[in-house]
Ligand binder design. Structure first.
Ligand code: CA
Length: 372
Protein backbone atom coordinates (compact mmCIF):
# COMPACT_ATOMS: atom_id res chain seq x y z
CA UNK A 1 0.00 0.00 0.00
CA UNK A 2 1.33 3.43 -0.90
CA UNK A 3 0.99 5.75 2.06
CA UNK A 4 0.59 9.33 0.84
CA UNK A 5 -2.10 10.49 3.25
CA UNK A 6 -1.30 13.86 4.80
CA UNK A 7 1.70 14.25 2.51
CA UNK A 8 2.01 17.25 0.19
CA UNK A 9 3.03 14.65 -2.39
CA UNK A 10 -0.37 13.00 -2.70
CA UNK A 11 -1.50 10.95 -5.66
CA UNK A 12 -3.30 14.10 -6.84
CA UNK A 13 0.00 15.98 -6.86
CA UNK A 14 2.65 13.65 -8.38
CA UNK A 15 5.23 16.40 -8.99
CA UNK A 16 8.23 15.87 -11.27
CA UNK A 17 11.82 16.19 -10.08
CA UNK A 18 15.33 15.03 -10.96
CA UNK A 19 17.75 12.93 -8.90
CA UNK A 20 20.70 10.77 -9.96
CA UNK A 21 20.29 12.30 -13.40
CA UNK A 22 16.87 10.72 -13.84
CA UNK A 23 13.32 12.04 -13.83
CA UNK A 24 11.28 11.00 -10.79
CA UNK A 25 7.73 11.55 -9.53
CA UNK A 26 7.22 12.12 -5.80
CA UNK A 27 4.52 10.08 -4.07
CA UNK A 28 4.31 10.28 -0.28
CA UNK A 29 7.58 9.16 1.26
CA UNK A 30 8.61 7.51 -1.96
CA UNK A 31 9.56 8.47 -5.50
CA UNK A 32 9.00 6.67 -8.77
CA UNK A 33 12.15 6.36 -10.89
CA UNK A 34 10.80 7.05 -14.38
CA UNK A 35 13.68 5.27 -16.11
CA UNK A 36 12.76 2.09 -14.21
CA UNK A 37 9.07 2.74 -14.83
CA UNK A 38 9.49 3.51 -18.55
CA UNK A 39 8.57 -0.02 -19.79
CA UNK A 40 5.34 0.11 -17.75
CA UNK A 41 4.55 3.48 -19.32
CA UNK A 42 5.43 2.56 -22.93
CA UNK A 43 7.92 5.40 -22.67
CA UNK A 44 11.24 5.73 -24.45
CA UNK A 45 13.59 5.77 -21.41
CA UNK A 46 15.89 8.31 -23.08
CA UNK A 47 13.13 10.90 -22.58
CA UNK A 48 13.46 10.65 -18.79
CA UNK A 49 17.14 9.73 -18.51
CA UNK A 50 19.18 12.90 -18.58
CA UNK A 51 20.40 15.57 -16.25
CA UNK A 52 17.09 17.43 -16.31
CA UNK A 53 13.42 17.15 -17.24
CA UNK A 54 14.30 18.72 -20.60
CA UNK A 55 13.56 15.53 -22.56
CA UNK A 56 10.16 15.24 -20.96
CA UNK A 57 9.33 18.85 -21.78
CA UNK A 58 10.45 18.33 -25.37
CA UNK A 59 8.18 15.28 -25.64
CA UNK A 60 5.19 17.56 -25.04
CA UNK A 61 2.11 17.81 -22.84
CA UNK A 62 0.53 14.54 -24.04
CA UNK A 63 3.56 12.63 -22.74
CA UNK A 64 3.87 14.28 -19.33
CA UNK A 65 0.08 14.11 -18.84
CA UNK A 66 0.08 10.46 -19.87
CA UNK A 67 2.75 9.56 -17.33
CA UNK A 68 0.84 11.11 -14.42
CA UNK A 69 -2.49 9.65 -15.56
CA UNK A 70 -1.11 6.11 -15.83
CA UNK A 71 0.37 6.24 -12.33
CA UNK A 72 -2.76 7.79 -10.83
CA UNK A 73 -4.83 5.00 -12.36
CA UNK A 74 -2.82 2.18 -10.74
CA UNK A 75 0.04 3.33 -8.51
CA UNK A 76 0.63 -0.15 -7.03
CA UNK A 77 1.80 -1.33 -10.45
CA UNK A 78 4.79 1.01 -10.15
CA UNK A 79 5.98 -0.37 -6.81
CA UNK A 80 9.08 -2.04 -8.37
CA UNK A 81 10.22 1.37 -9.69
CA UNK A 82 9.85 3.14 -6.32
CA UNK A 83 12.71 4.35 -4.15
CA UNK A 84 12.86 5.93 -0.70
CA UNK A 85 12.44 9.65 -1.40
CA UNK A 86 14.63 10.65 1.57
CA UNK A 87 17.55 8.85 -0.07
CA UNK A 88 17.45 11.12 -3.12
CA UNK A 89 19.73 14.10 -3.58
CA UNK A 90 17.58 16.43 -5.64
CA UNK A 91 19.01 18.31 -8.60
CA UNK A 92 17.88 21.32 -10.63
CA UNK A 93 14.70 20.06 -12.32
CA UNK A 94 15.05 21.74 -15.71
CA UNK A 95 17.67 23.64 -17.68
CA UNK A 96 16.45 27.18 -17.12
CA UNK A 97 16.56 29.22 -20.32
CA UNK A 98 15.44 32.78 -19.87
CA UNK A 99 14.45 33.91 -16.40
CA UNK A 100 12.06 36.81 -15.85
CA UNK A 101 11.20 38.16 -12.43
CA UNK A 102 7.90 39.99 -12.15
CA UNK A 103 6.47 42.44 -9.64
CA UNK A 104 2.94 41.09 -9.38
CA UNK A 105 2.60 41.13 -5.60
CA UNK A 106 0.85 44.47 -5.17
CA UNK A 107 1.25 44.76 -1.39
CA UNK A 108 4.99 44.18 -1.75
CA UNK A 109 5.21 46.76 -4.54
CA UNK A 110 3.22 49.26 -2.52
CA UNK A 111 5.18 48.84 0.73
CA UNK A 112 8.58 48.92 -0.99
CA UNK A 113 7.54 52.04 -2.86
CA UNK A 114 6.49 53.69 0.39
CA UNK A 115 9.83 52.86 2.05
CA UNK A 116 11.62 54.85 -0.65
CA UNK A 117 8.83 57.33 -1.52
CA UNK A 118 6.99 58.16 1.73
CA UNK A 119 3.62 59.91 1.54
CA UNK A 120 2.62 58.04 -1.64
CA UNK A 121 0.77 54.73 -2.18
CA UNK A 122 4.15 53.44 -3.33
CA UNK A 123 2.95 52.31 -6.76
CA UNK A 124 4.43 53.75 -9.92
CA UNK A 125 1.89 55.16 -12.45
CA UNK A 126 2.38 52.16 -14.76
CA UNK A 127 1.75 49.49 -12.11
CA UNK A 128 -1.88 48.66 -12.98
CA UNK A 129 -1.20 48.85 -16.72
CA UNK A 130 2.05 46.94 -17.31
CA UNK A 131 3.03 43.65 -15.60
CA UNK A 132 6.51 45.09 -14.99
CA UNK A 133 9.48 42.74 -14.76
CA UNK A 134 13.20 42.47 -15.41
CA UNK A 135 15.32 39.74 -16.96
CA UNK A 136 17.27 37.85 -14.30
CA UNK A 137 20.32 35.61 -14.42
CA UNK A 138 19.33 32.03 -15.29
CA UNK A 139 22.88 30.68 -14.88
CA UNK A 140 22.85 31.24 -11.11
CA UNK A 141 19.49 29.58 -10.42
CA UNK A 142 20.16 26.81 -7.89
CA UNK A 143 18.11 24.02 -6.40
CA UNK A 144 16.82 23.92 -2.82
CA UNK A 145 19.50 22.90 -0.32
CA UNK A 146 22.29 24.83 -2.04
CA UNK A 147 24.21 27.08 0.39
CA UNK A 148 24.06 30.80 -0.40
CA UNK A 149 27.38 32.59 0.00
CA UNK A 150 27.01 36.17 1.21
CA UNK A 151 27.74 38.26 -1.91
CA UNK A 152 30.02 41.25 -2.16
CA UNK A 153 29.16 44.33 -4.15
CA UNK A 154 29.33 48.10 -4.25
CA UNK A 155 27.68 49.54 -1.17
CA UNK A 156 27.69 53.06 0.23
CA UNK A 157 29.63 53.64 3.46
CA UNK A 158 29.38 57.22 4.75
CA UNK A 159 28.12 58.20 1.30
CA UNK A 160 31.05 56.72 -0.63
CA UNK A 161 31.02 53.45 -2.62
CA UNK A 162 33.18 50.58 -1.37
CA UNK A 163 33.36 46.90 -2.33
CA UNK A 164 32.12 44.92 0.67
CA UNK A 165 29.99 41.93 1.62
CA UNK A 166 26.33 42.93 1.72
CA UNK A 167 25.02 43.95 5.13
CA UNK A 168 21.41 43.73 3.92
CA UNK A 169 20.93 40.17 2.66
CA UNK A 170 17.24 39.37 2.18
CA UNK A 171 14.90 36.70 0.83
CA UNK A 172 11.94 37.16 -1.53
CA UNK A 173 9.05 34.69 -1.46
CA UNK A 174 7.76 34.06 -4.99
CA UNK A 175 5.83 31.57 -7.08
CA UNK A 176 7.51 30.57 -10.34
CA UNK A 177 6.10 28.98 -13.49
CA UNK A 178 8.12 26.92 -15.93
CA UNK A 179 7.29 27.11 -19.62
CA UNK A 180 6.58 23.74 -21.26
CA UNK A 181 5.72 24.77 -24.82
CA UNK A 182 7.26 27.72 -26.64
CA UNK A 183 5.94 30.02 -29.37
CA UNK A 184 7.16 31.05 -32.79
CA UNK A 185 8.87 34.44 -33.30
CA UNK A 186 6.29 37.13 -33.98
CA UNK A 187 3.44 34.96 -32.67
CA UNK A 188 2.33 36.34 -29.29
CA UNK A 189 0.72 33.92 -26.84
CA UNK A 190 -2.92 34.93 -26.26
CA UNK A 191 -3.68 35.35 -22.57
CA UNK A 192 -6.45 32.74 -22.68
CA UNK A 193 -4.09 30.18 -24.25
CA UNK A 194 -1.21 30.81 -21.86
CA UNK A 195 -1.88 27.78 -19.65
CA UNK A 196 -1.33 25.52 -22.68
CA UNK A 197 2.27 26.80 -22.72
CA UNK A 198 2.98 26.18 -19.04
CA UNK A 199 4.45 23.02 -17.52
CA UNK A 200 4.27 23.65 -13.81
CA UNK A 201 5.04 25.62 -10.69
CA UNK A 202 8.02 25.91 -8.36
CA UNK A 203 8.68 28.08 -5.33
CA UNK A 204 11.29 30.77 -5.90
CA UNK A 205 13.53 32.53 -3.37
CA UNK A 206 14.88 35.62 -5.11
CA UNK A 207 17.79 36.35 -2.73
CA UNK A 208 18.49 40.09 -2.69
CA UNK A 209 21.34 42.28 -1.40
CA UNK A 210 19.42 45.45 -0.59
CA UNK A 211 22.39 47.80 -0.12
CA UNK A 212 23.93 46.69 -3.43
CA UNK A 213 20.53 46.90 -5.13
CA UNK A 214 19.79 50.43 -3.86
CA UNK A 215 23.05 51.91 -5.16
CA UNK A 216 23.20 50.10 -8.52
CA UNK A 217 19.55 50.23 -9.59
CA UNK A 218 19.55 53.85 -10.72
CA UNK A 219 18.19 53.93 -13.39
CA UNK A 220 18.09 50.41 -14.91
CA UNK A 221 17.07 48.13 -12.05
CA UNK A 222 18.50 45.10 -10.23
CA UNK A 223 21.84 43.68 -11.37
CA UNK A 224 24.46 42.23 -8.98
CA UNK A 225 22.10 42.74 -6.04
CA UNK A 226 20.11 39.73 -7.25
CA UNK A 227 22.26 37.86 -9.77
CA UNK A 228 24.43 35.94 -7.26
CA UNK A 229 21.80 33.23 -6.59
CA UNK A 230 18.11 32.41 -7.01
CA UNK A 231 16.80 29.23 -5.35
CA UNK A 232 13.94 27.08 -6.64
CA UNK A 233 12.14 24.09 -5.12
CA UNK A 234 13.11 20.69 -6.58
CA UNK A 235 9.67 19.20 -7.27
CA UNK A 236 7.67 20.82 -10.10
CA UNK A 237 3.91 20.78 -9.44
CA UNK A 238 2.18 20.47 -12.77
CA UNK A 239 -0.42 22.95 -14.00
CA UNK A 240 -2.86 20.02 -14.02
CA UNK A 241 -2.30 19.19 -10.33
CA UNK A 242 -3.18 22.75 -9.29
CA UNK A 243 -6.03 23.19 -11.79
CA UNK A 244 -8.73 21.99 -9.33
CA UNK A 245 -7.46 24.52 -6.76
CA UNK A 246 -7.80 27.73 -8.76
CA UNK A 247 -9.66 30.68 -7.26
CA UNK A 248 -10.31 34.25 -8.31
CA UNK A 249 -8.62 36.71 -5.98
CA UNK A 250 -7.13 40.15 -6.45
CA UNK A 251 -6.47 39.57 -10.16
CA UNK A 252 -10.25 39.48 -10.60
CA UNK A 253 -10.50 43.06 -9.35
CA UNK A 254 -8.00 44.74 -11.65
CA UNK A 255 -8.88 48.42 -11.83
CA UNK A 256 -8.66 49.98 -14.33
CA UNK A 257 -9.37 46.99 -16.57
CA UNK A 258 -6.16 46.04 -18.36
CA UNK A 259 -5.72 46.38 -22.14
CA UNK A 260 -7.58 43.68 -24.05
CA UNK A 261 -4.50 41.50 -24.71
CA UNK A 262 -4.21 41.07 -20.92
CA UNK A 263 -7.88 40.23 -20.25
CA UNK A 264 -8.32 36.54 -19.43
CA UNK A 265 -9.26 34.09 -16.70
CA UNK A 266 -8.10 35.77 -13.47
CA UNK A 267 -8.01 32.54 -11.41
CA UNK A 268 -4.76 31.59 -9.67
CA UNK A 269 -3.80 28.61 -7.47
CA UNK A 270 -5.26 28.98 -3.97
CA UNK A 271 -1.86 28.45 -2.36
CA UNK A 272 -0.95 29.26 1.21
CA UNK A 273 2.71 30.31 1.38
CA UNK A 274 5.06 30.48 4.37
CA UNK A 275 8.60 31.46 5.34
CA UNK A 276 10.57 30.19 8.35
CA UNK A 277 13.92 31.70 9.38
CA UNK A 278 15.91 29.44 11.71
CA UNK A 279 12.80 27.48 12.60
CA UNK A 280 10.74 30.55 13.45
CA UNK A 281 7.68 31.29 11.32
CA UNK A 282 8.01 34.84 10.05
CA UNK A 283 5.49 34.86 7.19
CA UNK A 284 2.11 33.31 6.42
CA UNK A 285 0.43 34.63 3.29
CA UNK A 286 -2.22 33.57 0.78
CA UNK A 287 -1.38 33.98 -2.91
CA UNK A 288 -4.80 34.88 -4.35
CA UNK A 289 -5.46 38.09 -2.32
CA UNK A 290 -1.90 39.28 -2.94
CA UNK A 291 -1.18 38.63 -6.62
CA UNK A 292 -2.27 41.42 -8.99
CA UNK A 293 -0.86 39.99 -12.26
CA UNK A 294 -1.33 36.30 -13.15
CA UNK A 295 1.24 34.05 -14.81
CA UNK A 296 -0.98 33.98 -17.91
CA UNK A 297 -0.82 37.76 -18.09
CA UNK A 298 2.96 37.69 -17.62
CA UNK A 299 3.29 35.28 -20.55
CA UNK A 300 0.91 37.23 -22.79
CA UNK A 301 2.75 40.45 -22.00
CA UNK A 302 6.22 38.95 -22.47
CA UNK A 303 5.35 37.78 -25.99
CA UNK A 304 3.06 40.59 -27.21
CA UNK A 305 6.04 42.23 -28.97
CA UNK A 306 6.78 39.02 -30.84
CA UNK A 307 9.44 37.72 -28.45
CA UNK A 308 9.68 33.97 -27.99
CA UNK A 309 9.59 31.86 -24.87
CA UNK A 310 11.09 28.36 -24.79
CA UNK A 311 10.59 25.19 -22.77
CA UNK A 312 12.45 25.64 -19.49
CA UNK A 313 12.00 29.41 -19.26
CA UNK A 314 11.12 30.56 -15.75
CA UNK A 315 8.73 33.38 -14.86
CA UNK A 316 8.61 34.39 -11.20
CA UNK A 317 5.60 36.18 -9.78
CA UNK A 318 7.37 38.91 -7.85
CA UNK A 319 7.45 38.92 -4.06
CA UNK A 320 4.22 37.79 -2.46
CA UNK A 321 3.28 39.80 0.63
CA UNK A 322 -0.05 40.29 2.38
CA UNK A 323 -1.37 43.49 3.90
CA UNK A 324 -0.04 42.82 7.42
CA UNK A 325 3.60 43.84 7.31
CA UNK A 326 4.72 42.04 10.48
CA UNK A 327 3.19 38.61 9.75
CA UNK A 328 2.66 38.48 5.97
CA UNK A 329 5.77 40.02 4.43
CA UNK A 330 7.49 38.12 1.63
CA UNK A 331 10.78 39.92 2.35
CA UNK A 332 12.68 41.33 5.33
CA UNK A 333 12.89 44.68 3.53
CA UNK A 334 9.21 45.16 4.31
CA UNK A 335 9.08 43.31 7.64
CA UNK A 336 11.94 45.39 9.08
CA UNK A 337 11.18 48.63 7.18
CA UNK A 338 14.60 48.45 5.53
CA UNK A 339 16.40 47.26 8.64
CA UNK A 340 15.13 49.96 10.99
CA UNK A 341 12.83 47.53 12.86
CA UNK A 342 14.88 44.33 12.83
CA UNK A 343 17.77 42.61 11.15
CA UNK A 344 18.47 41.23 7.71
CA UNK A 345 19.84 37.69 7.26
CA UNK A 346 22.91 36.64 9.26
CA UNK A 347 25.51 34.02 8.34
CA UNK A 348 24.19 30.61 9.38
CA UNK A 349 20.53 31.58 8.97
CA UNK A 350 18.40 28.92 7.27
CA UNK A 351 15.42 30.13 5.24
CA UNK A 352 12.66 27.62 4.51
CA UNK A 353 9.77 28.48 2.22
CA UNK A 354 6.76 26.31 1.55
CA UNK A 355 3.44 26.40 -0.24
CA UNK A 356 0.41 24.18 -0.09
CA UNK A 357 -3.27 23.85 -0.91
CA UNK A 358 -5.13 20.77 0.30
CA UNK A 359 -3.18 17.63 -0.59
CA UNK A 360 -0.92 19.43 -3.08
CA UNK A 361 2.29 21.06 -1.85
CA UNK A 362 5.91 21.81 -2.75
CA UNK A 363 7.60 20.01 0.17
CA UNK A 364 9.81 23.01 0.95
CA UNK A 365 12.54 25.26 -0.45
CA UNK A 366 15.61 25.63 1.75
CA UNK A 367 18.72 27.80 1.67
CA UNK A 368 21.41 28.49 4.29
CA UNK A 369 23.52 31.65 4.38
CA UNK A 370 27.28 31.08 4.57
CA UNK A 371 29.93 33.74 5.11
CA UNK A 372 31.55 35.60 2.25
CA1 CA B 1 11.92 39.43 -6.94
Amino acid sequence: VIAAEGSPFSLANLPFGVARGRAHLALGERAIDLVEAAPLLDLDPSIVDGRRLDGLLAAGPATWRGVRAAIQEDPERFEPAMVDRASLHMELPVTIGDYVDGYGGIHHASTCGQIFRPDTDGLTPNYRSVPVAYHGRSGTIVVSGTDIRRPAGQVLVDGAPVLAPTAMLDFELELGVIVGVGNEPGRPIPVDRADEHLFGYVLVNDWSARDVQAWESMPLGPYLGKSFATSISPWVITIDALAPHRVVGLAGEQDPPPLSYLRGDPAVPDLHLSVDVDGERVTDVDLAPSLYWTAAQQLAHATVNGATVRPGDLFASGTISGTDRLTQSGSLLERTWRGTEGRFLQDGDVVVMDGRVGDVGFGGLTGRIVEA
